[in-house]
Design a protein around this ligand. Structure first.
Ligand code: URA
Length: 271
């Protein structure tokens, strides 16, 4: 669409914004993001920090970045929760993740917390934000059908996300936002203590497996999910996100294979 059409038609401009994922007004005053900020005073810490040589080896993979103040608060609140109700209350009281201010609801979980299967997705979308429950939109319906095919529904699986609030316009959460939610997600897993974990989508998989590889590489393999304080590691499988499968149905067969492996593991560990 030409610039002239956009500037002469407010409706076309709004459509262009929507197509680009800009579907929320996040402030009353317009902001010129191209304005050049005044130079910040040099930080003595930054000035003193030695620079890594160009050939320095890559940093080892760690589960989360060094905690920010908000991450440290999240870790403290999460550690203090001894039940799922306490954890839910702690998440709802936490104001350290900027996504919360744009969200209509905190999306904590759905399903049966006594289940042996715990499913973790990425972040709430529009419908989840409206209802306050994970995976209740189009991709949730596909996920429900996929899990039904191995004998699971929300009475015998438990489901949550790596993020508790919808990112505006469904954008990808930043690394900082992910790190702010992570202590709660890890505590969530420890409190549910399922027999098997299923991560759906690249964000949940790479965050919780502390592995930056993409979902195509991470899916279909068993991993041990372990965090300090847990009595034993939990077998964890990653698979494609249903939203991706809606766009790429030819990969449904790989997901089917992953789900059969999950079912087999659940059946074996029940005996
Ligand atoms: N996608 C997700 O990853 N989680 C939801 O809850 C909904 C869509």
């Amino acid at each position: 669409m030409s610039l002239e059409t956009l500037s002469s038609s407010p409706a076309a401009l709004l459509r262009w914004y929507l197509d680009a994922g800009v579907d929320e007004a996040i402030g009353d005053a317009p902001m010129d993001r191209f304005a050049i900020p005044a130079a910040a005073p040099a930080s003595p810490v930054a000035a003193e920090a030695p620079r890594a040589p160009a050939h320095a080896p890559a940093a080892p993979v760690v589960r989360a970045a060094a905690p920010s103040a908000a991450g440290a608060t999240a870790a403290h609140l999460a550690a203090g929760a001894t039940t799922l109700d306490e954890l839910r209350a702690a998440v709802m009281a936490f104001d350290g993740c900027g996504l919360k201010q744009f969200a209509s609801n905190t999306v904590f979980s759905d399903g049966n917390p006594q289940s042996r299967l715990m499913v973790i997705g990425e972040a709430p979308g529009e419908e989840e934000d409206r209802q306050g429950k994970p995976f209740v939109g189009v991709s949730g319906r596909l996920l429900d059908r996929m899990l039904a095919s191995i004998g699971y529904d929300r009475s015998n699986f438990y489901i949550t996300n790596a993020m508790f609030w919808r990112p505006p316009g469904n954008r990808k959460p930043t690394a900082e936002e992910v790190a702010q939610c992570l202590p709660f997600v890890e505590r969530h897993i420890a409190l549910v203590d399922p027999a098997v974990l299923l991560f759906v989508g690249g964000l949940a998989a790479s965050t919780l497996l502390a592995n930056p590889q993409g979902i195509t590489r991470l899916r279909g393999k068993w991993n041990d999910f372990a965090i300090p304080g847990m009595p034993r590691p939990i077998p964890a499988m990653a698979t494609f996100h249903p939203a991706y499968l809606l766009r790429t149905p030819q990969h449904k067969r790989l997901t089917w294979r992953d789900l059969l492996a999950v079912k087999q593991r659940l059946d074996e560990s029940a005996t």
